[in-house]
Write a protein that binds this ligand. Structure first.
Ligand code: CP
Length: 323
């Protein structure tokens, strides 16, 4: 079945079949990164532009590695080196990039909705690498891939209990995960102080918890979120110390979950605030597996979106696939 999406702007409303298609495709790419020569010709002759208006370690590097392992040419543009510094609008930047005929544009931007604006201005596929407080779909897909590998039964995560803990209000990772996990039948609990977890989130099909220990009682998966101090215009809790005491994940808290619980964090982590080092580096942690899996997931997305970016038939794209 062909992949139905032209862009990946978010996971809200994306059907289960397309999500599973990405995960299954990613699985076929995992092995390439284990090889001595980590390169296949799948995207030879294609050009991928990474347009990052916000800092990133994992996502930008992961997209660049993914594109290179598929033999695409990659161009990295950051806000500080782009003509945005001279006042150029995002739409004008997009039109100028489009004039150079890229086959995919990956964009991270501090404003929610920027990737959609870009997608309206260009004909090449646009992949959202995180926009404001809106969505971070590729992070959520790699989270889901990691959960499915460890906890899936015959490839299904239906019925799994997943707790997402922390600064839900400002988290694009939480929103994207919430959409995909509920679409695939997981039971999602959102856990955080009322100031960072408003009642409106109940309408997304999750249960809300304002007590960490009660919120993670008996869960299969705990996903910790970073406290985003840079996004907080107001004081959402009295002090970092108090937040850490009430919502920091330490070994005592982990004991409330299932004995075979797995722990995720999208990074970057605030060690000693939302998660103790003992837990982050402990036996239940999948934090570095997430990073490894991110390359395969982004290879899959670039393949599914960019291989057919400019005039290729699906058959031609398939012919260049993993070999
Ligand atoms: N998880 C994540 O988006 O990390 P970076 O900000 O380093 O890309």
């Amino acid at each position: 079945m062909p992949f139905a999406q032209r862009h990946l702007l978010g996971l809200e409303g994306i059907p289960a079949e397309d999500i599973v298609h990405v995960l299954d495709t990613a699985k076929s790419f995992v092995e390439i990164s284990e090889r001595d020569i980590k390169k296949v010709p799948t995207l030879r002759g294609k050009t991928v532009i990474n347009l990052f208006y916000e800092n990133s370690t994992r996502t930008r590097t992961s997209f660049e590695i993914a594109a290179k392992r598929l033999s695409a040419d990659t161009i990295n543009i950051t806000a500080s080196t782009s003509s945005a510094q001279k006042g150029e609008t995002l739409a004008d930047t997009a039109r100028n990039l489009e004039a150079m005929r890229p086959d995919a544009i990956v964009v991270r931007h501090p404003s929610s909705g920027a990737p959609r604006l870009l997608a309206q201005a260009v004909s090449s596929p646009v992949i959202n690498a995180g926009d404001g407080q809106h969505e971070h779909p590729t992070q959520a897909l790699l989270d889901l891939f990691t959960i499915r590998e460890k906890k899936g039964k015959n490839g299904s995560i239906a019925g799994l209990e997943v707790a997402i803990v922390g600064d839900i209000l400002h988290s694009r990772v939480a929103r994207s995960n919430l959409f995909e996990l509920t679409t695939l039948g997981a039971k999602v609990r959102l856990v955080g102080p009322p100031t960072l977890l408003p009642q409106e989130f109940a309408s997304f099909g999750a249960t809300l918890h304002h007590n960490l220990h009660a919120g993670i009682e008996g869960v299969d998966v705990i996903m910790m979120l970073r406290i985003q101090r840079e996004r907080q215009g107001a004081n959402f809790f009295p002090s970092i110390d108090e937040y850490s005491k009430l919502f920091g994940l330490d070994r005592a808290a982990v004991a409330r979950a299932k004995p075979d619980v797995v722990i995720l964090h999208p990074g970057p982590m605030n060690r000693g605030i939302e998660i103790s080092s003992e837990v982050a580096d402990g036996p239940y942690s999948l934090i570095l597996d997430q990073v490894t899996n991110g390359v395969a997931v982004r290879m899959a997305l670039l393949y599914l979106l960019a291989a057919r970016g400019r005039g290729d038939s699906e058959r031609e794209a398939e012919e260049r696939a993993v070999s």
